[in-house]
Design a protein around this ligand. Structure first.
Ligand SMILES: Cc1ncc(COP(=O)(O)O)c(C=O)c1O
Length: 394
C-alpha cells in the first residue's frame, strides 16, 4: 500500500510508555511503570447504585445527546468546589466539561498553536501533553523545573522571546512529583500578566496531597490568560473520561467550537452518573481515603529507596500525587538500567521521553507508587536497587 500521511503524524511518536506497558503486563513483573490510580479505591458499589437510579428514573434523558458545554449541575459542582477549597470564584459559565483533561490539552492546542508557534514546557514535562501539543507542530522551548517550580529567569526569557503558551503541572507533577511553591505561583502569575500568551495550568493531582500545605491554583492569583484544567480521573475514576477547562468566555467559546468538531460533547451518561455519585456520596471523605493510601505507599517507597539505592542515586520526596522521580549519576543510562531491571522482573519508565530537547534526561527515571501495594513496593525497590548496583558496578 502506498499512502501519503499528513505531516503531523511524523512528529508524534507512539507513546513510549504504552509500549513499555506491553512488556510489563506480565504478572510476574512488579511494575512501577504505569500511571494508574489504585483500583481498590474505586467506589464500584456506589457507582452501581447511582447508575441504577439515573437509568431507572431518567433513562431516556441520560442516554440522549447533550450540550457541548457539559451538564450544568456538574459545572456548578466544580465551581462550588473551587470556592470551598480556595475561596476561588469561578462562574459555571467559565467551565467546559471535556473528555478527560487530556482532551483539554488537545482543544487548547487547537485554539492557540499554529505550526511553529513557540510554546514552553517544563523540563522534564508531562509526556501526554508533549504528545498532544506535538500534533500542532509548535516550536517547543523548555524551562528547568526546580524543587519549588520553574526557573523564573528561563521562563521570563522564553516569554520575552515570544512564547505564546506555557504548559505547567503545578502539583505533584507527572513525572517528577515536584510542586510549585506559593512564591513561584505568584511569580508565574506576575510574569504572565499583560502578555499575548496563556498559562495552561494542568492540575490532576492537586487534591492528592498527603503532606504539607495546599496552595491555590495560579488562576486564583493571576489574570484572565491563566487557564486551569481539572479532572475527576484521580479523585473518583479515570474510566469515565471526565475533565474540565476553566477559562474566560473569550477562550472557552473557541474551545467549545473545537470540541464540537472533535466529539460534539462528553458522554451524557458519564456526566450524569458521576454527578449522581457526587450528590449522594461524600467526595471529601473518599479523597481522604485516597490520600491516606497513597501517602502510606509513598512513604514505603521513599524509605525503600533510601535503604536500597546505591550512593549517588538521588530521588524526589513527593508530598502528594502518584510519582517519584530518580536520577542516576551523570553518564549512566536509565535505558540500560531498564534492561537489568526487567531481567529481575521489575519495571519503571526511563525519563528520556519527558524531555523535548535531544540528549537530556538519559539518567532519569519515573516510579509510580499508587498502583502497587506496600509489599510489592518493598520487594520491587529492593530488586531495582540490585539492578542499579550492577549498573554502577558497586
Ligand atoms: C499531568 C497530567 N495531565 C493530564 C492527564 C490526563 O488525565 P485525564 O484522565 O483527565 O485525561 C494526566 C494523566 O495521567 C496527567 O498526568
Amino acid at each position: 500500500m502506498q499512502l501519503t500521511f499528513a505531516h503531523r503524524t511524523d512528529s508524534v511518536h507512539r507513546s513510549f510508555i504504552r509500549e513499555i506497558l506491553k512488556v510489563t503486563a506480565r504478572p510476574e513483573i512488579i511494575s512501577f511503570a504505569g500511571g494508574l490510580p489504585n483500583p481498590a479505591l474505586f467506589p464500584v458499589e456506589a457507582m452501581r447504585q447511582a447508575a441504577g437510579r439515573i437509568l431507572g428514573e431518567d433513562g431516556a434523558d441520560v442516554l440522549q445527546y447533550s450540550t457541548t458545554e457539559g451538564h450544568a449541575p456538574l459545572r456548578e459542582y466544580i465551581a462550588a468546589r473551587y470556592k470551598k477549597r480556595f475561596g476561588m470564584i469561578v462562574s459555571p459559565d467559565d467551565i467546559l466539561i471535556t473528555t478527560g483533561s487530556q482532551q483539554g490539552l488537545d482543544l487548547l492546542g487547537k485554539v492557540f498553536l499554529d505550526r511553529g508557534t513557540p510554546m514552553v514546557v517544563e523540563r522534564p514535562g508531562y509526556l501526554g501533553a508533549i504528545q498532544a501539543f506535538s500534533v500542532f507542530e509548535p516550536r517547543f522551548m523548555a524551562v528547568e523545573l526546580e524543587k519549588d517550580g520553574p526557573n523564573l529567569d528561563e521562563l521570563e526569557r522564553a516569554l520575552d522571546q515570544g512564547a505564546r503558551l506555557f504548559y505547567a503541572v503545578t502539583n505533584f507533577q507527572n513525572p517528577s512529583g515536584l510542586t510549585y511553591s506559593l512564591e513561584k505561583r505568584k511569580a508565574v502569575a506576575a510574569l504572565m500578566e499583560g502578555r499575548d500568551a496563556v498559562l495552561v495550568e494542568d492540575d490532576p493531582y492537586g487534591e492528592l496531597r498527603f503532606a504539607g500545605e495546599f496552595h491555590p491554583p495560579i488562576r486564583a492569583l493571576g489574570g484572565d490568560n491563566c487557564i486551569l484544567l481539572g479532572t475527576f480521573s484521580k479523585v473518583t475514576v479515570p474510566g469515565f473520561r471526565l475533565g474540565w477547562i476553566v477559562a474566560p468566555k473569550e477562550i472557552l467559546s473557541k474551545a467549545v467550537v473545537m470540541k464540537q468538531g472533535a466529539d460534539l460533547h462528553t458522554s451524557t451518561l458519564a456526566q450524569r452518573l458521576l454527578y449522581e455519585y457526587l450528590e449522594t456520596n461524600d467526595l471529601d471523605a473518599h479523597v481522604e481515603r485516597i490520600r491516606q493510601r497513597y501517602g502510606a505507599q509513598c512513604r514505603v517507597m521513599t524509605a525503600a529507596c533510601e535503604r536500597h539505592f546505591p550512593e549517588g542515586v538521588s530521588f524526589t520526596r513527593p508530598e502528594g500525587g502518584m510519582f517519584l522521580w530518580a536520577a542516576l549519576p551523570e553518564g549512566y543510562s536509565a535505558m540500560d538500567l531498564l534492561d537489568k531491571a526487567i531481567a529481575r522482573n521489575v519495571a519503571f519508565v526511563p525519563g528520556r521521553p519527558f524531555y523535548v530537547e535531544p540528549g537530556m534526561g538519559e539518567n532519569t527515571l519515573r516510579l509510580n507508587f499508587s498502583n502497587s501495594d506496600e509489599a510489592r513496593i518493598e520487594e520491587g525497590i529492593g530488586r531495582l536497587g540490585q539492578a542499579m548496583k550492577e549498573l554502577l558496578g558497586r
